[in-house]
Design a protein around this ligand. Structure first.
Ligand SMILES: Cc1cc2nc3c(=O)[nH]c(=O)nc-3n(C[C@H](O)[C@H](O)[C@H](O)COP(=O)(O)O)c2cc1C
Length: 188
């Protein structure tokens, strides 16, 4: 149902074709600056898969849970639903090369994306990225198929934090990796 225009409402063409809305949506979302993560999991046969993802957010703290939106066509989506264990690694500003690698930009896929010196294995079997800003080891509590994606809800089982405090995060904004630092004001 479309509401009749109200005073002060922006007038738009009410017949905007869907592809154009999708295009505008992409542009709008490119302004949604987000911390870059790498989500990783190991298949029952021991093959690791992982991908760069920004569609990740906190769901609750008691109990600790998070949400991640993973393309159903990705290798990771299959592995996630097979074992249920996965890690969400929040990247530091120094890990742009890892982000590019797990976004498929180096042409590598599956195991080949994992540089041995950068990864540990959590007792649950989930791969954990060294020197990240934080790693959350999760178990898949629920998964919902929505359009092209799998909405994965993870119950956070373990959190690995850096010993020397949080490094500056790697973020994605306007289709570019950026590093931000410094506080804009007092914490609430
Ligand atoms: C900054 C950035 C953020 C991304 N965020 C997501 C995301 O949240 N969910 C998703 O499914 N793909 C996301 N992607 C795309 C995947 O990283 C990319 O398609 C990856 O190659 C998928 O792994 P695969 O080749 O093993 O299928 C993102 C890519 C970039 C560069």
């Amino acid at each position: 149902m479309t509401l009749p225009p109200q005073p002060g409402w922006l007038q738009t063409d009410d017949q905007v074709p869907e592809p154009e809305v999708s295009q505008r949506f992409l542009t709008a979302m490119s302004s949604l600056a987000a911390t870059v993560t790498v989500i990783a999991a190991t298949s029952p046969s021991g093959q690791r898969s992982g991908m760069t993802a920004t569609a990740v957010c906190s769901l609750s703290t008691e109990p600790p849970m998070l949400v991640a939106c993973v393309n159903r066509s990705s290798t990771l989506a299959k592995t996630l639903t097979q074992t249920g264990w996965f890690s969400v690694n929040l990247l530091s500003g120094a890990q742009e090369d890892v982000a590019a690698r797990f976004a498929g930009r180096s042409g590598l896929s599956g195991e080949a994306r994992f540089q041995p010196e950068l990864w540990d294995v959590h007792p649950t079997g989930a791969p954990v990225l060294r020197d990240s800003a934080a790693s959350c080891v999760c178990h898949l509590a629920n998964a919902m198929q929505q359009a092209t994606h799998l909405v994965a809800i993870g119950a956070v089982h373990d959190v690995i934090l850096p010993v020397r405090g949080a490094p500056l995060p790697l973020m994605y904004h306007l289709r570019r990796f950026i590093t931000v630092g410094g506080a804009s004001g007092e914490s609430p």
